[in-house]
Design a binder for this molecule. Structure first.
Ligand code: SF4
Ligand code: SF4
Ligand code: FES
Length: 564
């Protein structure tokens, strides 16, 4: 086969690595952990190159026909330097480390930027994830998720040889690392060394306290996943059973976050139209995934003006519950406790943000994951799979099909387009389903014509793909008008708080169940939800009104230099 390496065309044998091919072409790539007699593991990142536009280690990646490789671009040199600095973080003395680098003919580091300290084995510093490395068996699954899937690198291998351990980057407290709380590490950890911070006991205590009116809201992706915790097949749609089980647990009311999702669409579609009509900054990027919001605040703060100002559906729901609903039923909002049952660990931190407190009242009091909700239900000896169906409570218990599909990658975009189309033209798009938006590819691109306007759209899941799309926008700001980004594979159905295991196959089945729910609903567009229409008529007035902005919108912060 033929490849091009630093502009030179050479013929190479199938199956050799990029490093071996470079050697054949007489090009030296620096290496560190690589040894010709050992299986290359790609640990140190010194041998990185750019192959077909992607950065990868050359010692353990093979060539493919027609591959174009660059071994020494400015970007590669910069990245190699950072990797060398990271390797040196255990060295006490900078001079000693630099001498050693020179001896090994490795790139100099300018300065030793990072300092490691012994990592604490038990870390409870975050609102969302807890780590107890005394239970770690070093399988490395979490590192792969954090490094490769999410490109966050908050956890990594540290120390070398026999002393290698998995720990937090540079031995920092988790809250001081770049961790975005996505929980993908907890989803694959086989021993429970990494898991979500649990709030089940606090909720059980509150359920006994008659002073409080305790409400549960359930996200769109819970009803297609929680059945698995009770032995049901993946993709079982258990909405009615879930509501009954939660009622038995003792919640005063069970409401539907799909209502909040519809509300998000009313605001987000209006924001998109406002940006287009008034020539404001585009592309607009969705903001309902808190893992993604943490990521952009940490890694790309300069791109924050692109984020929609909409709060996520469960936060919008909370703000309306503690105002509109509280007034309707005559209860002091301070005596209402809202528990959000979510597929997500990052929502735990989101609910604690200062921006999510209005007039001294928190939108959401507790967030528990699907796994925690199942544990809570089981602790009352309730078998959800045997429950009869029952209905959500009102007046915040109805969601449209547009709200239902929020749980899967592409759902927010499809729902927003269903409503934006109506807002712009005054009539519905002839086909309610936008098939070109659906699928499981990590980055999907499509376009749609609304009247005279052609909208270029992108749908993205996982943070490694988000990073690629953000880099694309930085180079080509006019490429897209609207982008949906979700941190977890498949969107919320693959969220870090979902039942274990969550595999590609299982995610597919959960997604099918979500689309089935949408198909079965009579009302499939957010703007046709009668409870939402009533809310605007009697409380909010209209999307983007003063009240809507106060309760349903927020702002974001540069967190590149500070922790969460
Ligand atoms: S929660 Fe996400 S970002 Fe944080 S350590 Fe785990 S995988 Fe990495
Ligand atoms: S997934 Fe769990 S057991 Fe495996 S390396 Fe990570 S913390 Fe250790
Ligand atoms: S030499 Fe260490 S990753 Fe290739």
């Amino acid at each position: 086969m033929q490849i091009t390496i630093d502009g030179k065309k050479i013929n190479v044998k199938n199956g050799i690595t990029i490093l071996e091919a470079a050697e054949k072409a007489g090009i030296k790539i620096p290496t560190l952990c690589y040894h010709p007699d050992l299986k290359p593991e790609g640990r140190c990142g010194i041998c990185i190159v750019e192959a077909n536009g992607k950065i990868m280690t050359s010692c353990n990646n093979k060539v493919s026909n027609g591959m174009i490789i660059q071994t020494n671009t400015e970007n590669i040199k910069k990245q190699r330097k950072i990797n060398a600095q990271l390797i040196g973080c255990n060295f006490e003395k900078e001079e000693e480390f630099r001498k050693w680098l020179a001896l090994e003919e490795l790139p100099d580091i300018d300065e030793l930027k990072f300092k490691s300290k012994p990592s604490e084995l038990i870390d409870e510093s975050c609102h969302d994830i807890v780590m107890d490395f005394t239970k770690c068996i070093m399988c490395g699954r979490c590192v792969q998720k954090c490094r490769d899937l999410q490109t966050v690198n908050a956890i990594c291998y540290s120390k070398r040889a026999n002393g290698t351990i998995v720990g937090k980057s540079l031995g920092k407290k988790l809250i001081e690392t770049t961790c975005v709380g996505c929980g993908q590490c907890s989803l694959v950890c086989p021993t429970g060394a990494i898991k979500e911070k649990e709030y089940i006991e606090d909720i059980k205590k509150l359920l006994k306290d008659k002073k409080y009116h305790i409400i549960a809201q359930t996200a769109p992706s819970i009803r297609v996943a929680i059945g698995e915790e009770f032995g049901m097949p993946a993709g079982s749609l258990v909405t009615g059973k879930m509501v009954s089980a939660l009622r038995k647990v003792g919640f005063d009311k069970i409401f539907d976050t799909n209502f909040g999702a519809d509300l998000t669409i009313m605001e987000e579609a209006s924001e998109l139209i406002d940006r287009i009509k008034n020539k404001k900054l585009l592309p607009q990027i969705t903001s309902c995934c808190p893992g993604w919001v943490n990521f952009i605040e940490t890694f790309y703060p300069e791109m924050l003006p692109h984020l929609s100002s909409c709060k996520s559906p469960h936060q919008m729901f909370g703000a309306i519950l503690k105002t509109y609903y509280a007034k309707k039923v005559g209860i002091n909002p301070k005596n209402i406790i809202l528990v959000s049952i979510m597929p997500c660990t990052a929502k735990k931190y989101e609910s604690c943000r200062e921006e999510m407190i209005i007039d001294g009242v928190k939108d959401v009091d507790y967030v528990i994951t699907t796994r925690e909700a199942a544990k809570l239900i089981k602790s009352f000896n309730i078998d959800l799979s045997k429950e009869e169906d029952s209905e959500f409570d009102n007046p915040m218990g109805k969601g449209s099909g547009g709200g239902a599909i929020f749980g899967t990658s592409g759902g927010v975009m499809e729902s927003a387009i269903r409503t934006a189309y109506y807002f712009l033209t005054g009539y519905d798009y002839p086909k309610i389903e936008f098939r070109s938006i659906r699928g499981d590819k990590g980055i999907r691109e499509t376009s749609i014509k609304i009247g005279d306007t052609k909208l270029n759209l992108a749908i993205v899941h996982t943070l490694s793909n988000a990073r690629k799309v953000i880099e694309t926008i930085k180079k080509n700001p006019n490429k897209y008008h609207f982008i949906e980004i979700m941190a977890c594979p498949g969107g919320c159905i693959g969220g870090g708080g979902q039942p274990k295991p969550t595999t590609r196959d299982i995610i597919k089945k959960r997604s099918e169940a979500i689309y089935k729910e949408d198909k079965n609903l009579k009302i499939r567009q957010a703007h046709k939800n009668p409870q939402i229409m009533e809310l605007y008529k009697t409380f909010l007035d209209k999307p983007l009104s003063e009240k809507s902005r106060k309760y349903l919108h927020t702002n974001y912060h540069d967190r590149s230099k500070c922790s969460r």
